[in-house]
Design a protein around this ligand. Structure first.
Ligand code: ADP
Ligand code: MG
Length: 545
């Protein structure tokens, strides 16, 4: 029996919470985040005004945006925000739903923990329930046929459903049609099994016009003006030199040690600079280019000679736009102007500067890659343009989701109610305490129609009772019909969603809930409030799972 000497492993200022306390803390934090976004869910959801540390304001109804802007310290709260970000990155919609579901899964788990059901049991029950929920999604989803006459109409319905919960929902008809046209346009050039990338639909924001003036234009549009008044404003049969380096003589190219002693040396110096600049223009002319698109600056002298040669030029183009010009026109991205040859030039039928509202923009049309489109996003103020842009983003994503994975489900809580019903049937077939966990999962899923009802000012209890009844009678598409203010057929109401969005929501929420439930020890290296964690906030600890 030796005397126990305490071994000190953790720093003195380390904060540590263990066991039930750690769990309770984590669960509470996750629930707080979920509760915060609940009122934003659905078409009747409210907007949130977010003010960052600089006092900048964002007004949004978009779950992902709200969650991203929230500055939280608690690691478990951060994990809920991670769920929303993952869902947003993967499928582009369903973020609020995912956060709410995560919170409610944990809220239900808390009750089970209070009844002394072990976390391991809850976790395994949740795993089974999630797998079952995915089966239900597959079972009730409908496959859409891209060759069917109503294909486009279904895609528009999907976009409309997604945008109906946005601040700009009054314009959803116009915007939904626009996003479908945009996605179908770029889909033309993408092989079936390849990823459709929404980033290939550039959006140029413009403040000062009406939302319904948002438009889809063929071709690539750069928010740039031609740099010199003497240059042509329109070129047909464009041959484009795409240059990455500055068309300037950088000062370091001259030896800093040159000391100029007499005026003639100074003149020689300037002549040399002019000669170098002129040779750049000669190189461009020799290659046969009539348009210069430069990522960096263009010296005044170069501008002057380019204009003299009848060559159009724009400068300081964003890197992402340079890539797009490269992809759509076939122009090589040239870093050394001395190496420019005719083979490097890109092509376009027309390049023209046009007035767009109060701005001037450069339109590049008739390129080798024909499927290029740009969306000109419009609205009266910055905040509105941003919210239109977010709505378009969601719309583009969900349409892409269905184009790539042609399965649809019905919204307004219809799918959730069906999952919940089938989970309860499934729970009854299980032995032991896992049954409780599966039932708890079913209750958590029901929080979606519950919240939708609540946000619409309907009585959630009435709605849930009627929903359960409808689903017991086999009405799998019954959800909350907002227009009638009661339970009704969502298929008839055309509240259509991408099945893959719902799959992602279930997977991400269930995973995060399980991960949080597995934690029974929180060690934070600097005693920050709550269990905020160390300098990097400790919020990333979910990543190493
Ligand atoms: P998320 O960030 O999760 O996408 P939203 O605020 O966009 O959250 O709300 C989506 C929810 O609103 C979904 O459950 C969807 O089915 C529902 N919804 C959308 N349009 C309607 C409608 N017209 N009637 C009833 N529910 C709707
Ligand atoms: Mg949405």
């Amino acid at each position: 029996m030796s005397q126990q000497v305490p071994v000190i492993v953790l720093r003195e200022d380390t904060e540590r919470t263990r066991g039930r306390d750690a769990q309770r803390n984590n669960i509470m934090a996750a629930i707080v985040i979920a509760e915060a976004v609940k009122s934003a869910l659905g078409p009747k959801g409210m907007d949130k005004m977010l003010v960052d540390s600089f006092g900048d304001i964002t007004v949004s109804n978009d779950g992902a945006t709200i969650l991203k802007e929230m500055d939280v310290a608690h690691p478990a709260a951060k994990m809920v925000i991670e769920v929303a970000k993952t869902v947003d990155a993967e499928v582009g919609d369903g973020t609020t739903t995912a956060a709410i579901l995560t919170g409610d899964l944990l809220k239900q788990a808390e009750t089970l923990l209070d009844q002394k059901i072990h976390p391991t049991t809850i976790i395994s029950g949740y795993r089974k329930a999630a797998a079952k929920a995915l089966e239900v999604i597959d079972e009730v989803s409908e496959t859409v046929d891209p060759t069917a006459p109503d294909y486009k109409k279904i895609l528009i319905d999907v976009a409309k459903t997604s945008m109906s919960s946005k601040f700009v929902s009054t314009h959803k008809d116009t915007l939904a049609k626009l996003v479908v046209d945009a996605v179908l346009a770029i889909a033309k050039d993408v092989p079936k099994d390849e990823e459709l990338d929404i980033d290939n639909i550039p959006r140029q924001k413009q403040v000062g016009m009406r939302v319904e003036q948002t438009e889809l234009v063929k071709g690539l549009v750069l928010d740039k003006e031609i740099i010199h008044v003497g240059m042509p404003k329109k070129i047909e049969g464009a041959k484009i030199a795409l240059i990455e380096s500055a068309l300037e003589v950088s000062k370091t190219e001259f030896d800093a040690k040159i000391s100029i002693t007499d005026p003639s040396a100074m003149q020689g110096f300037l002549d040399e600079e002019e000669r170098m600049l002129k040779s750049m223009v000669e190189k461009i002319v020799e290659a046969g280019a009539n348009v210069v698109i430069a990522q960096k600056g263009i010296d005044d002298v170069v501008q002057h000679y380019l204009a003299k040669e009848g060559i159009m030029a724009v400068r300081r183009i964003k890197k992402s736009d340079v890539e797009r010009v490269h992809e759509t026109t076939g122009a090589a991205i040239v870093s050394k102007i001395q190496n420019l040859t005719a083979a490097d030039l890109g092509k376009a039928k027309i390049i023209e500067q046009r007035d767009v509202g109060d701005d001037k923009m450069l339109f590049i049309e008739g390129t080798p890659k024909s499927s290029v489109v740009t969306i000109l996003v419009r609205g009266g103020t910055d905040h509105i343009v941003d919210e239109v842009d977010r709505a378009l983003n969601d719309g583009l994503y969900v349409v892409r989701d269905v184009v790539m994975h042609p399965q649809i489900t019905y919204g307004g809580g219809a799918l959730a109610a069906e999952i919940s019903k089938q989970l309860r049937d499934y729970a009854a077939t299980l032995e032991g305490r896992e049954q409780y966990a599966v039932n708890a999962f079913a209750d958590a899923v029901e929080s979606i129609p519950n919240t939708l009802a609540d946000n619409a000012g309907l009585d959630p209890i009435d709605v849930i009772v009627n929903l359960r009844k409808a689903h017991t009678e086999g009405k799998v598409y019954h959800g909350i019909d907002y227009t009638k203010g009661k339970v009704g057929d969502m298929k008839a109401a055309r509240i259509v969603e991408a099945a893959i969005v719902n799959r992602q929501v279930v997977m991400s929420a269930a995973e995060a809930a399980q991960m949080i439930l597995k934690i029974d020890d929180v060690i934070s290296s600097r005693g920050s409030p709550g269990m905020g964690g160390g300098p990097d906030g400790g919020g990333d600890f979910g990543d190493d799972e």
